[in-house]
Design a binder for this molecule. Structure first.
Ligand code: COA
Length: 373
């Protein structure tokens, strides 16, 4: 049994279970079912990675074609869900839209047979962009969009629905790679929340809703949005470095830096930084990327803190024309594959997750009746 003391705060350094899905910080730094993240980001598509995570193996060409067709089929939304999306206020955070929409889908298409769990996972992953962008276009432009497109990738579907036209290959692939990088990361906070929830033998949708709520915070998924808010404040690298210097002096946290498990670098960050640079060059950007690089350099010089995946994802998404408050929802679309893999794994060898706490409250004392207080 683990000794109870305050250093267990945040479960830092505690091994909370076994998994076959992913290793973080071992070997090349990040592996999905044994495959290195560099290979996956260079040579795989997000659909291959999602198939690997949810269905347990890399697909053959035929399996991949079938999988792409299934995902296309899953893009349609039930009318009752569209009615709910139309009722959600215009100024709602898109993460709350996704949380609500996933929960609603769980009432319309409830899990009645545990053998259907992989189909539900694919349905949720394929329809998340539909839910988000149906709501977005209804409230921004008064349009009820058709959410089913024939794009053969999740990235293409998202950008097509967002911009109303098929994306060019550079931006589609940038987004595809970003989805690969965001897909899975072992017992991170949202995945752990999902595993805790499903360990009670709950239905498939409930852990997903718990995970979305957990991902929302700026210490987790919300960091990519927070990084964008920081970067876009500056018009030059010098201005950015001076301001971040002051923030550090005030002991403020700089979003998109540091990591609980990685200690010297985040292997995903190197990859997404290259994409951010490519898109910056393609768009003729002279501010956003140089400002990002200047903050990156300063953070390493001053604090030995390195960029995590969220930092350069911010500019990458911006160059893809994605509104800032949709950055974390894009993370949801991708991580749905990792959450699903963990929900399925937890169910396969379940034990209720129920840790202990270290009590630091008052000693036992006599109860005082209301009239005597
Ligand atoms: N900016 C400035 N200082 C940071 C920092 C950051 N992004 N991340 C860590 N630090 C500092 C802390 O202030 C603390 O300093 P102290 O010891 O002088 O108090 C020290 O590094 C340890 O930080 P701590 O928050 O305890 O580490 P953790 O392991 O609990 O946290 C994160 C890991 C990811 C939550 C943390 O690095 C963070 O908040 N980063 C910003 C949010 C973010 O990018 N999240 C996405 C993660 S993928």
């Amino acid at each position: 049994m683990v000794e109870q003391n305050a250093s267990n705060a945040g479960l830092a350094g505690i091994t909370a279970g076994e998994t076959e899905i992913c290793t973080v910080g071992i070997g090349v730094g990040l592996n999905y079912r044994g495959y290195g993240i560099d290979d996956l980001a260079n040579d795989a598509s997000f659909e291959e990675v999602a198939h690997l995570l949810i269905h347990g193996h890399l697909p053959t060409e035929t399996e991949l074609r079938d999988y792409q067709q299934r995902l296309i089929h899953y893009r349609g939304l039930p009318d009752a869900l569209k009615v709910v999306l139309e009722q959600i206020p215009k100024d709602t955070h898109p993460m709350d839209v996704l949380r609500t929409a996933c929960s609603m889908l769980g009432t319309l298409e409830p899990e009645t047979d545990k053998h259907e769990q992989r189909a539900i996972a694919d349905r949720l992953m394929a329809s998340s962009a539909s839910m988000l962008l149906y709501w977005y276009h209804f409230h921004q432009n008064g349009k009820r969009i058709d959410t089913v497109t024939d794009d053969d990738s999740v990235a293409g579907h998202f950008l097509h629905l967002l911009h109303g036209k098929k994306p060019d290959e550079l931006h589609r692939r940038a987004m595809d790679v970003s989805l690969i990088l965001y897909a899975e990361h072992d017992f991170n906070a949202s995945t752990f929340a999902a595993r805790v929830c499903v360990s009670t033998e709950s239905d498939f949708y409930s852990p997903v809703v718990a995970a979305i709520g957990t991902l929302r915070g700026p210490l987790h998924g919300g960091a990519n949005e927070a990084a964008m808010h920081l970067i876009e404040r500056f018009s030059s690298p010098e201005q950015a470095q001076a301001a971040v210097h002051q923030m550090l002096a005030r002991k403020e946290k700089i979003m998109g830096f540091g990591h609980r498990v990685y200690k010297t670098s985040d292997p995903r960050s190197t990859i997404i930084q290259q994409w951010s640079k490519k898109l910056a060059d393609a768009s003729g950007d002279t501010v956003l990327y140089p400002v990002s690089k200047a903050i990156d350099t300063l953070m390493w010089q001053e604090k030995h803190l390195f960029t995590n995946l969220d930092f350069y994802s911010a500019s990458t998404y911006h160059f893809c024309g994605i509104p800032t408050d949709m950055f974390t929802p894009v993370f949801v679309i991708s991580r749905m594959s990792g959450w699903a893999a963990h929900i399925i794994e937890q169910r396969a060898n379940n034990r209720l997750i129920r840790p202990l706490s270290l009590y630091v409250g008052p000693d036992a004392r006599p109860f005082v009746k209301l009239k005597d207080r």
